[in-house]
Design a protein. Structure first.
Length: 125
């Protein structure tokens, strides 16, 4: 039996949080995923984290001469945007090094988040 896809009007609505992070060491997508899940687990626990529906969509590296900068997009449930935004600034350390996360903005689509906050053309994905 083939599984049926849930119709769009029954799916949970999503929002996309654009963020940037400065760190003392280079960060990869897997590092960002572990930091976000660990921080949300510490803040809300397992049940609260599952309600947020956090998912790291995309991460771009921007190496600079002073710090390693990373920009990216995190998906969350529409009703949990405030709680998801609260997770981002609680990330302060990774592997003993300092990390600073900032929210750049919130968008309803990935394309708008990229063009408005990440400042990339949508074709550069």
């Amino acid at each position: 039996m083939k599984l049926k896809i849930l119709p769009t009007h029954l799916r949970e609505k999503k929002r996309y949080l654009a963020f940037q992070a400065f760190s003392e060491i280079p960060l990869e997508r897997d590092d960002v995923i572990s930091m976000v899940t660990e921080s949300s687990g510490n803040l809300y626990g397992a049940c609260g984290t599952s309600q947020l529906g956090l998912w790291v969509v995309k991460v771009w590296n921007y190496p600079t001469h002073e710090k390693n900068m990373v920009r990216g997009i995190i998906r969350c449930n529409r009703d949990e945007v405030k709680r998801a935004r609260a997770v981002i600034p609680t990330i302060t350390k990774f592997r003993g090094k300092r990390v600073v996360f900032q929210t750049l903005g919130i968008s309803g689509t990935i394309k708008a988040a990229i063009t408005n906050f990440i400042k990339l053309k949508a074709a550069d994905e």
